[in-house]
Design a protein around this ligand. Sequence first.
Ligand SMILES: Nc1nc2c(ncn2[C@@H]2O[C@H](COP(=O)(O)OP(=O)(O)OP(=O)(O)O)[C@@H](O)[C@H]2O)c(=O)[nH]1
Ligand SMILES: [Mg+2]
Length: 299
Amino acid sequence: MTKAGFVTILGKPNVGKSTLLNALVGSKVSITSRRAQTTRDAIQGVLSEARGQIVFVDSPGIHEPSKQLGKRMMREVSRATQGCHAALLMVDASMGINPSDERALDVAKRLGAPLLLLANKVDKLDRMQELLPFLDRCRQLHDFEEFIPISATKRINLDQVLTALFKTLPESPQFYPEGYLTDQPQKFLAAELIRERILRETHDELPHAVAVQIERWEETPRKLLIFATAVVERQGQKAILLGKNGEKMKELASRARQSLEASFDRSVRLEVFVKVRKNWRNNDGFVQDLDFRRILGQG
Ligand SMILES: Nc1nc2c(ncn2[C@@H]2O[C@H](COP(=O)(O)OP(=O)(O)OP(=O)(O)O)[C@@H](O)[C@H]2O)c(=O)[nH]1
Ligand SMILES: [Mg+2]
């Protein structure tokens, strides 16, 4: 009998949760960036192999929310943990443990599921010995099932993570058919890939103030036409995003188009419009509308 189960990836913002998810499933299902609070939704990425199937669930970085958007992100963390068979708690090996990690650990402990501690970004350490005091500190905090130093970007020890997980998971038939990769609709992934470009190429407060919505979507087997809107909170942010004569946006859209073509394996025509919606992060109705389950009619 093969094994199967749901495994949530938890941790403070920016520790590398989404990078790990993509590395484990071997495909880009969740966007990543150097900015904290990139991920806003619980997103599944499915690994199917001879030993069985693992449904990984990415989650927003655990933090104290101040706006409606942040509150919804924390509800997504709860959603990501529902019915999970195990959880991966990620910490940053190059930074040490801080109160944000302890907050994430509190959430993880309440699940009552086996917890594996992953110390990510070990590629940034000069010597692995630097991990020893770190490991001691983690052991004091909780009796973890396993402690595995990893690098999500350099793919260090990822096999060990899978071995440890398959050891923990129950015998079970697969949850999803072979080839099923993620629960998010293509439209949502497209909006995310556009947002990723904006996150990666703008600074300061702007990235957090951007939401992307798909307005028009037409597809043929070889071509995809997408009209999207980037929603910002202030006129000044719109000006930054557009740049002089719209040059900045043109460049962003062109790069976003390349990511879309790579992900959807089709030629893409993309138009991105910019709209101001004052203080949208605190507008509960608008924030709810961003939920991809609404697109699927499950919201
Ligand atoms: N050096 C190094 N950088 C990494 C590693 N894993 C992730 N990163 C970088 O850390 C940053 C954050 O990665 P994400 O995967 O977006 O982090 P996250 O935990 O999903 O962040 P949020 O969604 O904001 O909570 C990106 O710049 C990644 O390239 C790693 O193993 N080594
Ligand atoms: Mg993320």
